[in-house]
Design a protein around this ligand. Structure first.
Ligand code: PLP
Length: 277
C-alpha cells in the first residue's frame, strides 16, 4: 500500500524519516485527519483551511497550494471506500538540534490513507469522564504535540470510559480527541470557537445541519454544572462521527441510551454523507 512522503509514493514499510526530524525530536508539526466517503474527501476545503490555520499558528509556511494537495491525495484514495486521509507536516530534519527554527530546512510532508473501522460505541453510546484540562493555550491548532490529549484519553480509559471531557476554569472545552455537545433545556449547545479548543469539522457540519432543519442550537459556554444536568451529551470527531455519552462520571445521562436529538442529528449526518456519494 503506497503512502506519500516528500514528493514520492512508496510502500508504507519503505517510508522513513530521519531521527533528526523535528517532529520526532520536538513534536514540531501539525496534522489533519480527513474522512473519505465513497472515495471523496469530505469537506476538503474546511480541512485545508484548518491546515492553513494550524500552520500559521506554528509559523510554518504551507508547502503546497490547495490544488497540489488535491493532486497529492488523489492516488492514495481508493474508489468507493470509506477511509480517512492522514496528513502530517513537520518543520523537517535540521542538522543541529536547536529549539529555534532552523534555516534552509525543507519541511517533512507525509500523507497516507487508511480504512475507517466503524466505532463500536456508536449504537449504544459510551461512558465519559470529566477532568481538568491540562493542555496549553494553542488548542485551536491541530498540532502533533498530543501528549496531554493522550494522557487525558488514557485516564478516561483507565476509569472504564471511552472519552475524557475536559474542563477549564469551570467550563467544558472539548474531549481528548473530539468536540462536545450538550442538550440543555432542549437546546443543542456547544462551546464557541476559541484557542481553548479545536474547531472540529464534524462540529461545523452538525451546527449547519441543525440550523437547516430548524433544530434549536447555539454556541456558548457549558459549565461543568450544566453538563451534569444535560439531557443528552455527545462527542464528535471525523473518525467516530457522533457518539452519545450515556454515562458521565459514573452517573447515567438522560435515560442511559443515545437520546432523541442524537438520533435525529445522527440520521441527518448519515443522510448528508450519503447525498455526497
Ligand atoms: N478536538 C480535538 C482535540 C481533536 O483531536 C479532534 C479530532 O480528532 C476534534 C476536536 C474533532 O475534530 P474533527 O471533527 O475535525 O475531526
Amino acid at each position: 500500500k503506497a503512502v506519500y512522503l516528500n514528493g514520492s509514493y512508496l510502500p508504507l514499510q519503505e517510508a522513513k524519516v530521519s531521527v533528526l526530524d523535528r517532529g520526532f525530536l520536538f513534536g514540531d508539526g501539525v496534522y489533519e485527519v480527513i474522512p473519505v466517503y465513497y472515495g471523496k474527501p469530505f469537506r476538503l476545503d474546511s480541512h485545508l483551511q484548518r491546515l492553513d490555520n494550524s500552520l500559521a499558528a506554528i509559523r510554518l509556511p504551507n508547502p503546497h497550494s490547495r490544488s497540489e494537495w488535491r493532486d497529492i491525495f488523489a492516488p492514495l484514495v481508493a474508489a468507493d471506500k470509506n477511509q480517512y486521509l492522514y496528513l502530517q507536516i513537520t518543520r523537517g530534519a535540521a542538522e543541529k538540534r536547536d529549539h529555534a527554527f532552523p534555516e534552509n530546512t525543507a519541511p517533512t510532508v507525509f500523507a497516507m490513507c487508511a480504512d475507517i473501522v466503524p466505532f463500536a460505541g456508536t449504537q449504544d453510546g459510551i461512558a465519559a469522564v470529566t477532568m481538568d484540562d491540562s493542555r496549553w493555550r494553542l488548542c485551536h491548532a491541530k498540532t502533533i504535540t498530543l501528549l496531554a490529549n493522550i494522557l487525558h484519553r488514557q485516564a478516561a480509559v483507565d476509569q472504564g470510559g471511552g472519552e475524557a471531557i475536559l474542563i477549564k476554569d469551570g467550563n467544558v472545552t472539548e474531549g481528548a480527541a473530539s468536540n462536545v455537545f450538550a442538550v440543555l433545556d432542549g437546546v443543542l449547545v456547544t462551546p464557541g470557537p476559541s484557542p481553548a479548543l479545536l474547531s472540529g469539522i464534524t462540529r461545523e457540519v452538525i451546527l449547519e445541519l441543525a440550523q437547516k432543519n430548524a433544530i434549536p442550537c447555539r454556541e456558548s459556554a457549558i459549565s461543568a454544572a450544566e453538563l451534569n444536568s444535560a439531557s443528552e451529551i455527545w462527542v464528535t470527531s471525523s473518525i467516530r462521527e457522533l457518539i452519545a455519552v450515556v454515562e458521565l462520571d459514573g452517573a447515567v445521562v438522560g435515560d442511559g441510551k443515545p437520546g432523541p436529538l442524537w438520533q435525529t442529528l445522527n440520521s441527518l449526518f448519515q443522510a448528508y454523507k450519503q447525498s455526497l456519494s
